[in-house]
Design a protein around this ligand. Structure first.
Ligand SMILES: [Zn+2]
Length: 77
């Protein structure tokens, strides 16, 4: 992923920021490294679909890690 991108709102440059954040998935909380860009000019923060995907994958991986050894009830069907 790019470290510096063009701001979505102005002509400024936005820098990649990584912060620990809590995400809820299936009523459980997971701490992930959330990625987003913050513009040094206007202060706006925003994500891209690439960053969203990275963050979502972290939640899935942690969820899978947590339940891989136990029997996971198939509630999806
Ligand atoms: Zn900006």
């Amino acid at each position: 992923m790019e470290r510096i991108v063009q701001c979505a709102l102005c002509d400024g440059q936005a820098e990649l920021i990584v912060e620990k954040k809590e995400r809820e998935f299936r009523k459980e909380k997971f701490v992930i490294s959330e990625h987003f860009y913050k513009c040094e000019n206007c202060g706006q923060d925003f994500t891209t679909s690439e960053l969203d995907q990275i963050d979502t994958l972290q939640v899935y991986n942690q969820y899978r890690e947590k339940y891989k050894s136990s029997s996971l009830p198939r509630s999806d069907h």
